[in-house]
Write a protein that binds this ligand. Structure first.
Ligand code: PNW
Length: 471
């Protein structure tokens, strides 16, 4: 029997990340992160945009919590800025930095909104990058200290913890493709970074477990890739296998099974011998998880390349020369990402199968569109409503087919700093006027409020009459 409504107790949330929303880059003891540096490097971020002010969430968080409360949200997924709370990446905490997160969390709790805290959403203290960054083992060790310090400070009021957000982006967009901070392009360094991010997760989870109350729930957030082969040929199936290893199994292998996949080690043998993996690392990385966060936006389609031309520019997939990427068919968002909710269903079912008993959450899902206010100042975003509806329907189908999904977080609460795209891409269900920083809920925010209230999916689009069931 397909489900027509979400189970009672299903958690509805929205997500942001520190560098993308906070601003206040020079407030308190905060030092620059690798994103501050990257934004100041000419040509790296569209329009020369930076996170200096962003949405000014640092000063406007009470208004943002009120907005979430008005939408009926049960949870807010946010991240802590490492250089705000531990300015040099080592040593003592900044009390002023921690106080900001205490105020935010207390305001959330006062509104009945559960805080879901991510320790690392890409804003590495620049000092740690200058000391070697994620390719160096020391950064993973520093992360454990940072986790301990935040756990000790906020463990009395935050029950849900995530070590890392999307380590794939940190390792491969940051150190191989160079399109994210710190903008390095060295395949061997990117694979070292992936391992040290895995290790940071394991050491961080251990550190949290040691300071948090037993009831605390510890997780990691991944962006597993739903990779499809262009044709059923053996060559395309092999291309699919290689990209699956480099995007998903490089993290889930160590984290869920305590081993790097053999095929990954073979595929990357020409780049590194993996001798940076020390005895005992894999046991640390396999630290038990209380839940797994899955971020999903779009699937990938790959084939064996039919010519031998090297791809233009550095790749985000070291060891996958000879794989061609194809735009999946279907409507596209402003990111040019194809809208295909079946990828979310497939990923949820995959983890339900491969990690039985591990609760899952959709920790990010959403879309960018070219939103602008109409003459009255209202923002109508029917494409986003259709996107969310389709993906929530996929979650409902996965729930009906036995996946243990406890919650869904829309990316994002607010329009914000979309990394290398600057402010040109708007993912929010709430519009931000970057001149005045005024917030205006889009029609998708009202639609989402109705979903949250009823636990059902009304028809896409405003003013289309009464709701019908979710299938
Ligand atoms: C995620 N890719 O980033 C992040 O967690 C968010 O901070 C971000 O705003 C959101 O998705 C939308 O982009 C990604 O190129 C960035 O595959 C790039 C990719 C994937 C995720």
């Amino acid at each position: 029997m397909p489900l027509t409504s979400f189970p009672p107790g299903f958690v509805w949330g929205a997500a942001t990340a520190a560098y993308q929303v906070e601003g206040a880059a020079h407030v308190g003891d905060r030092t620059p992160s690798i994103w501050d540096t990257f934004c100041r490097t000419p040509g790296k971020v569209q329009g020369g945009d930076t996170g200096e002010i962003a949405t000014d969430h640092y000063h406007r968080f009470r208004e943002d919590v009120r907005l979430m409360s008005g939408l009926g949200l049960g949870a807010y997924r946010f991240s802590v800025s490492w250089p705000r709370v531990q300015p040099t990446g080592r040593g003592p905490a900044s009390q002023r930095g921690l106080d900001f997160y205490r105020r935010l969390v207390d305001d959330l709790l006062a509104h009945g909104i559960r805080p879901v805290l991510t320790l690392y959403h890409w804003d590495l203290p620049q000092e740690l990058e200058s000391a070697g960054g994620w390719p160096g083992r020391g950064t993973a060790e520093r992360f454990a200290d940072y986790a301990h310090l935040v756990g000790e400070a906020l463990g009395d009021r935050v029950g849900s913890w995530t070590t890392l957000n999307e380590p794939w982006c940190s390792a491969f967009l940051g150190y191989a493709a160079g399109v994210h901070a710190p903008g390095r392009t060295d395949d061997a360094d990117a694979l070292r970074a992936a391992h040290h991010l895995n290790l940071a997760h394991g050491l961080g989870a251990q550190a949290l477990r040691a300071v948090l109350p037993r009831s605390a729930r510890i997780s990691v957030v991944l962006n597993p890739n739903d990779v499809r082969a262009l044709t059923p040929s053996a060559a395309d199936a092999d291309a699919r296998r290689r990209i699956d290893a480099l995007s998903t199994r490089i993290f889930t292998g160590p984290m869920l099974r305590g081993a790097y996949p053999d095929d990954l080690l073979t595929d990357t043998a020409g780049i590194t011998d993996w001798s940076f993996v020390r005895d005992g690392d894999l046991d640390v990385i396999k630290h038990p998880l209380d839940w797994l966060g899955i971020n999903y936006y779009t699937p990938s389609v790959v084939s064996a390349a039919t010519d031998n031309r090297p791809s233009p520019g550095p790749s985000a997939y070291p060891g996958a020369q000879g794989v061609a990427f194809h735009q999946p068919p279907g409507a596209r968002t402003a990111m040019d990402w194809t809208v295909d909710p079946s990828g979310l269903y497939e990923l949820l079912m995959r983890f339900a199968r491969e990690a039985p008993g591990l609760p899952l959450a959709v920790s990010e899902n959403g879309a960018a569109y070219d939103d602008r206010p109409d003459g009255q100042g209202a923002v109508h975003d029917p494409e986003r409503v259709a996107y969310l509806r389709g993906h929530l329907d996929a979650v409902l189908r996965a729930l009906g087919d036995g996946a243990d999904v406890w919650g869904y977080f829309v990316w994002s609460l607010l329009d914000n700093f979309e990394w290398a795209y600057g402010y040109s891409k708007r993912f929010g269900i709430v519009y931000v006027d970057y001149g005045t920083l005024a917030r205006t809920p889009k029609s998708s925010a009202r639609w989402y409020r109705d979903v949250v209230r009823t636990g059902r999916l009304p028809m896409a689009g405003p003013g289309r009459g009464p709701s019908v069931s979710g299938t």
